[in-house]
Design a protein. Structure first.
Length: 321
């Protein structure tokens, strides 16, 4: 009887040790985005896939949280504060406004951002090669010169490109500056159309009628979240609409050269895994997203009164018809 009690005690002790070991291995990754749209959702899914590939399974050894701010910076700050209070292993903010909110909320919890145009201008880090502190991530500065070249190839007569953007998004201001710098090389003038919230996007697009030859939608979260409003203005007024991300081509813009945001998210997730395995975020250099996928939408082009050259269609990774 005494031996059985000892065996039972030993078994209980072993079970407690095993349970503690499992608990120690379980991690929490808290993800937040400024708004939900296909590109940012793809980045989120890419993060999750990289975690799965590294052996972190949701419901097993991974708690994967996600909240969106629905385009509201104040809500982004609230989500950041909530996450900090919960003390996850890593916070992954998607897009510049959410990244700024999270970085402002903690100097201790590891932060791995993604889909941030210019992390230095956004004051997330000072040096991409040596970010320091608790922050690293993946940047997605758009190849704006390639976009202007593409617009010129499809609409050779273009002189003025209208750009709806949210002046409250640091990433958008950076992109607008880059566009203005590159535009003269293509004989193009940039026409601004500010929109500070999603409900203003349609009016901003309409303000470009008669003032611009085409509309270019940058990777601005406010504008992309209301993309259909811009596309509607383009189709109704034979005003060609181009975009800074390829996901938007699938939604109805004419063309773009850009990144696969699932891959951007996967690259981000790889950095998250490195942090979970013990590396300090500040020791991991910030990566720039790679990839120059060409997407074209021949149906959208026809609805807006333009024809995409056959040589571009032949080069495209994806053709939406």
């Amino acid at each position: 009887m005494r031996i059985n009690r000892l065996a039972l005690a030993a078994g209980v002790a072993l079970a407690l040790v095993s349970s503690a070991a499992f608990a120690a291995d379980k991690v929490t990754v808290a993800v937040t985005s400024i708004v939900e749209h296909p590109a940012l959702n793809a980045a989120r899914d890419g993060v999750k896939k990289a975690l799965e590939d590294a052996g972190y399974k949701e419901g097993d050894n991974l708690t994967f949280q996600f909240e969106t701010a629905q385009g509201n910076p104040a809500t982004a700050a609230q989500i950041a504060q909530k996450y900090v209070g919960e003390n996850p292993n890593v916070i992954v903010p998607i897009a510049t406004p959410s990244a700024q909110a999270v970085v402002a909320a903690t100097q201790d919890i590891p932060v791995v951002f993604t889909a941030v145009t210019d992390p230095v201008s956004a004051q997330l880090i000072k040096d991409p090669a040596h970010p320091g502190g608790n922050v690293t991530g993946v940047a997605d500065m758009s190849p704006v010169a390639d976009h202007l070249k593409l617009i010129k190839q499809i609409v050779p007569t273009v002189k003025k490109v209208g750009v709806p953007y949210n002046p409250g998004e640091t990433n958008s201001v950076v992109l607008l500056t880059a566009l203005k710098k590159a535009a003269p090389d293509y004989g193009i003038e940039i026409v601004e159309a500010p929109a500070t919230k999603s409900s203003d996007v349609q009016a901003a697009a309409q303000s470009l009628i008669g003032k611009a030859d085409v509309i270019y939608v940058p990777t601005d979260n406010t504008i992309v979240s209301a993309l259909e409003a811009v596309i509607g203005v383009g189709a109704d007024n034979k005003l060609p609409v181009f975009s800074g991300d390829t996901n938007s081509v699938e939604r109805g813009t004419i063309a773009s050269v850009g990144f696969d945001y699932f891959e951007v998210g996967r690259q981000t997730g790889e950095a998250v895994v490195r942090v979970l395995k013990g590396e300090k975020p500040g020791d991991i250099p910030v990566k720039n997203a790679v990839g120059t996928d060409l997407f074209v939408n021949t149906k959208a082009a026809a609805s807006m009164g333009v024809t995409i050259p056959q040589d571009l269609i032949a080069k495209a990774k994806k053709v939406i018809q």
